[in-house]
Design a binder for this molecule. Structure first.
Ligand SMILES: [Zn+2]
Length: 298
């Protein structure tokens, strides 16, 4: 007899990348969300042949890495992220690394070191779709930005929400893929502020939070505005792409391997630059970037 419990499973190394925290719902249809937590725990679920439904909150490999253990289950994800879970090539296109020289090396590591395997998505979600597991109803909240099909999952009866990678960490929102989007991320944070729950689970960082998290969501979203300000300030002089990357305005410091740092740093910064250009605050000339405020005042 299923207990109906929603069980938070802390990931290895406190759920730091390339791991994440996960959720096991012990229900008539036993389900796991983001099986990339402790392998021993997931293996024991697998050995008991328990899991009937696997939900991936989005296509990132640190959320899908042990999907392969649950081959007999139905896999589900938002419609927009499903192609990138089903195919590593699509995954790389969503990320923006498909054309990179190091794409094949990345793919080899993902397949051989992580032993990642693609799975077929048997069920695709739309916003506000509900899934009845027996004692628990899951409500899908489409929260794009981090990825186009990123979802949070509400446990209706438990008054709880799994926030996935809207993870409330100090680092702040991450939108380092080609298909990530800052404005959608901000809208998703606003939407969560209007969502009522008593317990909140994150895929990384603190893991479990209780009560009102409006301030936490506010602080998390404000990191985006801080980054806008930092970038504008640095562009008070005309800068090249190389100078901007070298400053590590997003990550704060460089990390290895350099080509990956440079890729993700630029992906994040360039999304800010495009956003600031739309606001009329930055201009781009011959791949040089300059704040318009400084041009007007000097
Ligand atoms: Zn992610």
């Amino acid at each position: 007899m299923a207990s109906g419990e929603v069980i938070f499973i802390e990931g290895e190394n406190s759920g730091r990348f390339p791991h994440c925290n996960a959720i096991f719902v012990d229900d008539e249809i036993p389900a796991v969300i983001d099986p990339a937590t402790r392998e021993d725990y997931l293996k024991s679920l697998h050995e008991q042949n328990l899991i009937k439904l696997v939900i991936n909150s989005h296509y990132h490999i640190d959320h899908t890495r042990y999907n392969r253990l649950f081959r007999g289950a139905t896999f589900a994800a938002h419609r927009l992220d499903a192609p990138a879970i089903q195919s590593l090539d699509e995954n790389a296109k969503y990320a923006g690394i498909y054309e990179k020289l190091w794409f094949q090396a990345w793919k080899k590591v993902v397949r051989e070191v992580w032993r990642h395997e693609e799975v077929e998505i048997g069920r695709t979600f739309e916003d506000l779709e509900e899934v009845c597991l027996g004692q628990n109803t899951l409500r899908i909240i489409h929260t794009p930005g981090h990825t186009p099909g990123h979802i949070c999952v509400e446990f209706v009866e438990k008054k709880a929400v799994y926030l996935a990678d809207i993870d409330l960490t100090k680092f702040g929102p991450w939108y380092g893929n080609a298909r990530s989007d800052i404005d959608s991320f901000l809208s998703s944070i606003e939407r969560l502020k209007r969502t009522k729950a008593e317990t909140w689970y994150t895929a990384h960082g603190e893991g479990v939070l209780t009560g009102d998290i409006t301030d936490r969501l506010e602080a998390y979203g404000s990191v985006i505005h801080e980054r806008d300000r930092r970038i504008l300030e640095f562009l008070s002089k005309e800068r090249t792409r190389e100078e901007i990357i070298d400053k590590a305005l997003i990550y704060g410091k460089k990390w290895d391997p350099p080509q990956m740092f440079e890729f993700f740093e630029w992906m994040m910064v360039s999304k800010h630059i495009q956003r600031l250009e739309r606001m009329g605050l930055v201009t781009t000339k011959n791949e040089r970037y300059l704040s318009l405020e400084s041009e007007n005042t000097t």
